[in-house]
Ligand binder design. Structure first.
Ligand code: HC3
Length: 410
């Protein structure tokens, strides 16, 4: 078998710029948005859109709320989490041939939509907002009223370089649901996996997950997922081993185990009997597309509308129009920040409010500490929570200004 050559996936006219890009990565400062990447690797999608990956299987998202046994409920939460990984971390490279460099969201950028899940599942809504630009942080709230399920969270990335790009995710997700026949809400605190980029040298980057994710519930269960890749024991990419156990009994006494590849399929077993009790396969689980408002009805701050000229330029390969449209947004944002500073105020987030650790919900803090989730809130400009009051009053146009901040003046 012939060996793949470096740069094999890079278009002929981009070989030189790809080599320069690789050199710049080796000495970069950790800010991924500052990297100048060749046009062929630029994505037309902003990071605010990535929040949708959490619920592209709305039926699996709401399933725990229908289960009356607490251990099985925690297992269904684990199954849902695992089912999101394919969408989160490899749907783009599968569709486009490689992982691309996403658009760097501007402060206040919004991505809003809903999934129609049919009579059984009902409607699930998504609100994603760029709540901080320096450091970049995206917050989201995903809610299904029919089943009383809500996921909210926020994330930022800290990048470093050692043989390839390594990314540590900062932030967490918080799932809240009401079990059948109960008035008490239960909570699940979810940590976010670390990742690195593979196949950079060939010009076909893709994501591999590493280290661990933990999910702890207010009902006393913990799920631990260990990720490994091709060079590890199993020899297969995107591998994981997970177990669910009672916090009081520890991981040596698992109730359930889950093994497989997050990009393909996995098997859930009863840890005591070793019986297979459930399977999940990406190929057999169609995703439900998110419905967005038509572009002309979207707010000027909604991602697809705000970035439309940039995206059109990228698609045409017209880098002059891309720089022009990007500069318009960047200059508009700079001007807005200047005015805010002069007026002694800051940008008002439309759907989220930040708290400091000392003011956070004590139950959340207890759960977070129990799984060593370090909040690192200075790296996300605070702990971000969905603000139902703000959201109640929010109807398009969501922002108070006009096109200011986007370089639109008339
Ligand atoms: C690192 C990443 C941006 C961040 C992406 C995150 C962590 C965002 C939150 C989502 O819930 C999960 C997620 C999935 C993929 C992560 C992206 C993969 C690559 C991208 C870098 C900024 C791009 C690096 C450039 C290049 C050319 C190597 O692709």
């Amino acid at each position: 078998m012939s060996k793949k050559e470096a740069g094999a996936g890079v278009p002929a006219h981009s070989k030189g710029s790809w080599t320069s890009f690789l050199k710049s990565i080796a000495s970069f400062n950790g800010d991924l948005s500052s990297l100048t990447a060749p046009p062929f690797i630029l994505s037309t999608t902003s990071l605010t859109e990535y929040s949708a990956y959490w619920a592209e299987h709305p039926g699996i998202f709401v399933a725990p709320a229908k289960e009356s046994d607490p251990a099985k409920r925690a297992l269904l939460v684990l199954k849902w989490f695992l089912s999101t990984l394919h969408q989160q971390y490899c749907s783009r490279s599968e569709k486009l041939g490689s992982e691309k460099k996403p658009l760097n969201p501007f402060l206040g950028e919004l991505y809003i939509g809903k999934w129609e899940g049919g009579p059984d599942v009902g409607e699930t809504s998504l609100i994603s907002e760029q709540v901080s630009h320096h450091p970049p942080a995206t917050a989201y709230a995903i809610r299904n009223e029919k089943h009383g399920v809500e996921l909210q969270g926020y994330n930022a990335q800290k990048a470093s370089f050692s043989t390839t790009i390594q990314i540590k995710q900062i932030g967490h997700a918080l799932l809240t649901l009401t079990p059948p026949g109960s008035d008490e809400k239960e909570k699940y605190v979810i940590t976010l996996p670390s990742l690195h980029i593979e196949s950079l040298v060939y010009g076909t980057p893709f994501v591999e997950l590493e280290k661990t994710t933990k999910i702890v519930s207010s009902t006393g269960y913990v799920a631990k997922i260990d990720y490994s890749g091709k060079g590890w024991l199993s020899g297969k990419k995107n591998t994981f081993n997970a177990s669910l156990f009672k916090a009081s009994e520890g991981e040596k006494k698992p109730l359930y185990t889950v093994d497989g590849q997050w990009s393909d399929s996995f098997t859930i077993k009863d840890a005591r009997t070793k019986d297979v009790i459930d399977r999940f396969s990406i190929k057999e689980s169609a995703v439900t597309p998110l419905t967005l408002a038509p572009l002309e009805e979207q707010d000027l701050y909604e991602s697809r509308r705000a970035w439309s000229d940039v995206a059109a330029g990228i698609q045409k390969g017209d880098m002059d129009s891309v720089s022009l449209a990007k500069s318009r947004i960047e200059n508009g944002q700079r001007e807005l920040r200047r005015i805010e500073k002069a007026e002694g105020r800051e940008w008002e987030r439309r759907f989220f409010t930040h708290t400091e650790e000392k003011d956070a919900d004590p139950e959340f803090l207890r759960l977070a500490h129990s799984i060593d989730l370090s909040l690192d809130s200075e790296k996300t400009a605070g702990i971000w929570r969905f603000d139902a009051k703000k959201a109640e009053g929010a109807r398009p146009p969501y922002h108070k200004t006009g096109g200011e901040g986007l370089g639109i003046t008339e």
